[in-house]
Design a protein around this ligand. Structure first.
Ligand code: CO
Length: 221
């Protein structure tokens, strides 16, 4: 018996339950998908995209990488975004970070794990840009705040892609959001809300905090 038998057993039970709740569910999904959202999140196993926002298969297009980073030249992430925006016509792009992110913590503490250190240099860049704000905080708040700042910076990166710029230029309805998830209580917080035009994106980039909410990192203990 394979050591992964339990996964297949789980799968059979899950598929039966889905089909029982909505007869014909898989058949109707098999021909096309029409998700309303693109989710760019962390690979962390504690942050399963569909589950935490209660969306079924077919409702969320997903890209995940370590520390939810959007790099201007990452062909993988850009391809997901381009397909989501140009072909699937999603209405929302959500960058979702989370507290207690191993990638963010490693970047902050300059820990070394091998090849991945190179990827996390992008998060270190975020830290270096915001040192004045992060350094005076306690250690736990530094980690939390860098998780939040990383979300905001990645939303800015999304807004600067040709994909989003062209979509807005052509009048396509598209909103960008920054979420942060707390693995300690399972709750999501809306950090950046409805950035849906170039003026908003410019304001976000220049630090004008309209449509940006404070996360929990700066709240008193
Ligand atoms: Co993470």
């Amino acid at each position: 018996m394979s050591s992964l038998t339990s996964l297949f057993e789980n799968n059979r039970r899950w598929a039966a339950k889905m089909e029982e709740g909505t007869p014909g569910f898989f058949q109707s999904l098999s021909n096309q998908q029409a998700p309303g959202y693109l989710w760019i999140g962390c690979s962390d196993s504690r942050v399963p995209a569909n589950e935490i926002v209660g969306l079924a298969p077919g409702e969320l297009f997903v890209h995940r990488n370590v520390a939810n980073v959007v790099v201007h030249s990452d062909l993988n992430c850009l391809s997901v975004m381009q397909y989501a925006v140009d072909v699937l016509k999603v209405k929302h792009i959500i960058v979702c970070g989370h507290y207690n992110c191993g990638g963010v913590n490693a970047a902050l503490q300059n820990l070394s794990f091998g090849l991945i250190d190179n990827w996390l240099r992008h998060v270190q860049d975020v830290y270096l840009q915001h040192r004045d704000e992060v350094d005076p905080l306690s250690e736990s708040k530094q980690r939390a705040r860098l998780s939040e700042l990383n979300v905001m910076d990645q939303v800015i990166n999304v807004s600067r892609t040709t994909i989003v710029q062209e979509a807005w230029k052509s009048g396509q309805e598209l909103s960008l959001h920054g979420f942060i998830y707390d693995v300690k209580d399972g709750l999501l917080h809306h950090l950046v809300e409805d950035v849906d035009n170039t003026e908003d994106a410019r304001a976000l980039h220049s630090g004008d905090l309209r449509k940006v909410n404070r996360g929990v990192a700066l709240l008193p203990d």
